[in-house]
Structure formats: C-alpha cells, structure tokens
Design a protein around this ligand. Structure first.
Ligand SMILES: *[C@@H]1O[C@H](CO)[C@@H](O)[C@H](O)[C@H]1NC(C)=O
Ligand SMILES: *[C@@H]1O[C@H](CO)[C@@H](O)[C@H](O)[C@H]1NC(C)=O
Ligand SMILES: *[C@@H]1O[C@H](CO)[C@@H](O)[C@H](O)[C@H]1NC(C)=O
Length: 527
C-alpha cells in the first residue's frame, strides 16, 4: 500500500511507474499463495500394484520446463525422480526406483506433478516429498504398502489353566505388512484382556503375529481373534466355539478331590464307629463282671449271718429271718431291690445307647453307601467325559490328517506347478537361445548382403570403367578409321593426280600401306 501511495504522489516518471507496476505484480504473485498440494490422507498400495502419489501446484501453472523433484528424505541418495530441462535425471535417483517412476507428462502443463510408482515393493513404504526448486514449494505424501498375501488367523487350544479352570486359546496370523495388532473378543463383542502380542518379522519383511488368551465359561462360549491394521484398513478374524461340556469337564477335574474327601470321611466314620462299638462292648463286660462279683459277696454274707444266727438271741434271730426272707424274696427286700434296679437301669441305658449307636451306624452306612454310589456315578461321568474327549480327539486327529493330506496335495500341486514353471522357463530359455541364433544368423546374413552389395558396387564400377574404356577405344578406332579414310581419299586423289605409268608402282606401295593399317585395326579391335 505504501508503494501505491508513492506512486500516486509522483506519477511524473513513467519509468518509475513501470517499475512499481512490476513490483506490484511480483507482490501479487507472492501473495497469491501458490502452493504444492500433496495428500493429507496416506496413500495405500498393495504389494506389486502401481500407485499414483498425488501432488499439484495450486493455482495451476505450466511446470513443463521447471525442475521437479520427488524425494524420500530417509534414503541416501534421497532422489526418487528428478526432472530437469524437460528430461529425467536417471543418474541421480536411488537404485530402488530404477525404471519404476514416471511423471504424467501431459499433466505437467496443468501443474500436476503426480508421480506414478510401478510394481510397488514393501520397502517403498514411507514419506515422499514433491518439490519445485524454482518455486521453493514442497509438500509430502505418505505411502503405506499392504501385503497381498495375508493369511487368515488360526485359533488353537493351547492348554488349560489349572488355577482358574479356563481354556488357553492361541491365535496366529502370518504374512502381514505393515505390522498388525491382535484383539480377542467374546461372543458379545467385548474386548478380552490377552497376553502381549508376539511379532516375528520374516526375511521377506512380512510379519507373523500371535497371541494367547485364557477364557472361562461365558454366556456364548464363542470367541473371536481379530487381526487388524488400521493404516491400511485391513481386518481378518477367526472364531472358535467351545462346547459347554468341555468347560464342565474342566471343572470336573475337581472330581477326584471330592471323591478323596468322601473316602476319607467314610474312613473316619468307620473308625469312630468301631471305637464306639469297642468302648460299649468293654463297658458291657465291666458291668457283667461287677454284677457277678456283687452276687458272690451277697452269698458270703448270707453264710456269715447264718453262723451268727446260731450264736445270737431271738431278737437277732428275728432280724436275721427278716433278712433271710428278704433274701429269699428279692422283690420284698428294699435293699435288694435298690441294688438290683441300679445295674438294670444301667443296662437299659446302655442298650438304648447301643441301639442309638447302631441306628447311627446304620445311617452312616447308608450315607457311605450313598457316597459310594455318588462316587460311582461321578466315576462313570468322568469315564463318559473321557470317552467324549477321546472321541473328540480322534475327530480332531482325523480332521488334522485330512488337512494334512489336503496340504500335501496342495504342496504337491504347487510343486507340480513349479516344475511346470521350470519347464516353461527352460522352454523360454531355449526360445531365447533360438532367438539369439536367429539374430546372429540374421546379422550374418546382413553382413553377407552388405558384402554382396559392395561386390556388386565394385563390379558395377568396373563395368562402368570398362564401358568408358570401350567407348574411348571406339572413339579412337573411329578416329583412326576416319584418318584412314581421309588418307585413302587423299591417296585416291593422289592416284588420280598421278600420271598413269607411275601409278603401278605407287599402287603397290599404297596397297602395302593399306594392309598395314587394316592389320593395326584388327589388333585394336581384338584388344
Ligand atoms: C503398472 O505399470 C506398468 C508400466 O509402468 C504396466 O506395464 C503395468 O501393466 C501396470 N500394472 C498394473 C497392474 O496396472
Ligand atoms: C494428476 O494426474 C493424474 C494422472 O493423470 C490424475 O490421476 C490426477 O487426478 C491428476 N490430479 C489432478 C489434481 O488433476
Ligand atoms: C475401511 O473399509 C471398510 C470396508 O472394507 C469401509 O467401509 C470403510 O469406509 C473403510 N475405511 C477407511 C477409513 O477407508
């Protein structure tokens, strides 16, 4: 704006006005904000395909005669494609890109300097820069190269977690590029927490990933292993269904513990019962011996009292009789009743106790029996489950065998195909050799032809030379003839002019000369 002011203030000098105009144009040019536009989105290419990396000058301008550079800053040399003075500078570019890059020549006049990259390799992945040095403009494009041979994930049962009773699943997927991530989902699509993903990078730059997860019995028993690469928007997944009874089988791996408990309980009960039984029996024995001993002492007393009876008076006797009567009829004697009732009660009580213990014992026995049957049942269940597992294993084995056979046949096919390819290659080589021979022969032929042509040329020139010689000779001969004729004429006239007598001699002389001339002519002709 300041310059515009100065311009209006001093319009007197046209030169100055022009310079200001030029400056203004330059300013406008700079302010228009011409820029190079690449791609904000990464470009994704599949291994082996062709890809176009976009870049254009905006606003558009013809860049046909400008220098255009495509580079990969991480490489050395960094040049991918350089165009200068209307030609590609092949010597500057990185050998990786030899004969694989091109610009769209017809698009250059529209400011479009997009780069075509053919037969994309995995190593082509990276950030590319387009650059017009004349304009100091620069933009970048990110390229991802996806593998074209990703294998679907494969889920396998990797084992059993003894502490939780869970199943360990293993998932693996190979031939990935770029490196993917592995996710585990349950039947409802919830993310499961898994162990770390193991990644192995092969010599072909392709990645193999694998992951393990421990799953427990869930609502659906279905689990998904998902392998994904977000940069290239690629996802593959596999699902596995685990049947309920598999988990039941796993949890019934606790069965032996239950059985062990039951058995030890039963043993304890038996031991307790036998102890109780022994104790009761001993007590019974004791009471019996006590009773027989008390009877003995009673008899001894009776004998003593009868002796005393003989020595003492009637009062004593009365008393004694009372005693004896009481002895004779135990029911009537209070002392005797008391003494007899005590052990009987004891016996009754013990009997009852014994009965109780017996019923208890019976109960325990039935319980034991029940536990035994339960044990038996669990055993049969276990057996069944084992059988099932066996069956499943054999099924799995059969399946594995089938897959192996398939794989074998496929590998065989591939081998056959390889042999075919080899054969074709051999044929191709033969063909090439034949082609080479043909070319050699062709070259020989050409050489022969040129030799023949040269020979012809030579012959022609010889002929020409001969012809010219001949014509020269002809001319000479004609000249000679003409001379001769003249001479003849002359002589003739001389003859005419000569007097008759002289003529005879002169004629002979003339004859001789003529003959000589003729001879020389014939020799000339033969030559
Ligand atoms: C890729 O480009 C090359 C030439 O650069 C061409 O020969 C080839 O057919 C193209 N391939 C595909 C898949 O377009
Ligand atoms: C630039 O040229 C390429 C090749 O013809 C084309 O695919 C692309 O769309 C062009 N870009 C623009 C912005 O016109
Ligand atoms: C990824 O691919 C899916 C289909 O394969 C498509 O619906 C989705 O739009 C793609 N996303 C991107 C970011 O390209």
């Amino acid at each position: 704006m300041m310059f515009v002011h100065t311009d209006t203030k001093s319009p007197t000098s046209p030169l100055r006005a022009l310079s200001v105009l030029v400056f203004l144009l330059l300013l406008i040019h700079l302010c228009t904000g011409q820029s190079l536009i690449g791609s904000s989105q990464p470009i994704v290419a599949t291994h082996g395909d062709n890809v176009t990396l976009p870049c254009r000058l905006d606003p558009a301008e013809d860049v046909t005669d400008l220098t255009v550079e495509w580079t990969r800053p991480d490489l050395d040399p960094r040049f991918v494609h350089v165009r200068r003075s209307g030609q590609e500078l092949v010597s500057k570019k990185h050998p990786w890109f030899r004969e694989r890059t091109s610009l769209f020549i017809n698009e250059l006049k529209h400011g479009n300097i997009s780069l075509k990259l053919s037969r994309v390799k995995l190593s082509d992945q990276g950030t590319y820069r387009c650059f017009i040095p004349g304009k100091e403009k620069l933009s970048s494009v990110q390229l991802f190269v996806a593998s074209d041979a990703v294998s679907s994930p494969v889920i396998t049962l990797a084992g059993v977690d003894k502490t939780t009773g869970g199943v360990v699943l293993h998932c693996s997927s190979s031939r990935w590029h770029p490196e993917p991530e592995v996710l585990w989902l349950d039947g409802e699509g919830n993310l499961l927490s898994a162990g770390p993903t193991e990644t192995v990078r092969g010599p072909d730059d392709l990645y193999t990933v694998s992951s393990r997860v421990t799953v427990e019995k869930r609502h659906s028993n279905s689990f998904t292993c998902r392998v994904q690469q977000n940069n290239i928007n690629q996802t593959t997944e596999a699902e596995i269904h685990i049947q309920d009874d598999f988990f039941i089988f796993l949890s019934s791996s606790n069965v032996p513990i239950i059985i062990g408990w039951a058995v030890s309980l039963a043993v304890c009960i038996i031991v307790i019962l036998s102890l109780v039984f022994l104790f009761l029996k001993r007590r019974q024995n004791k009471t019996i011996t006590k009773r027989s001993r008390s009877e003995e002492t009673e008899e001894g007393e009776k004998k003593k009292s009868s002796k005393r009876n003989k020595n003492k008076g009637p009062v004593v006797d009365d008393l004694e009789t009372k005693r004896t009567t009481s002895q004779q009829n135990p029911l009537l004697s209070l002392d005797g009743v008391q003494r007899k009732e005590e052990p009987e009660e004891e016996v009754e009580r013990l009997r009852k106790q014994l009965e109780n213990k017996e019923t208890e014992f019976k109960e325990k026995q039935t319980e034991l029996h029940k536990l035994r049957t339960e044990n038996q049942r669990l055993k049969t269940d276990l057996q069944n489950l084992e059988n099932k597992l066996q069956r499943k294993q054999t099924d799995a084995e059969r399946e594995e065998k089938r897959l192996k056979d398939q794989l074998e046949s496929k590998t065989k096919k591939v081998k056959d195909r390889g042999a075919e390819i080899q054969q074709l290659q051999d044929q191709n080589r033969d063909l090439q050799r034949l082609n080479q021979d043909l070319e050699n022969k062709n070259k020989q032929l050409e050489r022969n032809q040129t030799a023949a042509e040269r020979e012809e040329e030579r012959l022609k020139s010889q002929t020409k030379q001969l012809e010219s010689q001949l014509s020269e000779e002809k001319k000479n001969r004609m000249e000679a003839e003409r001379k001769m004729k003249e001479e003849l004429q002359k002589t003739k006239t001389e003859v005419h002019l000569l007097p008759k007598p002289v003529s005879c001699f002169y004629l002979t002389d003339l004859w001789m000369r003529l003959r000589q001339l003729k001879l020389s002519m014939t020799t000339n002709q033969s030559q």
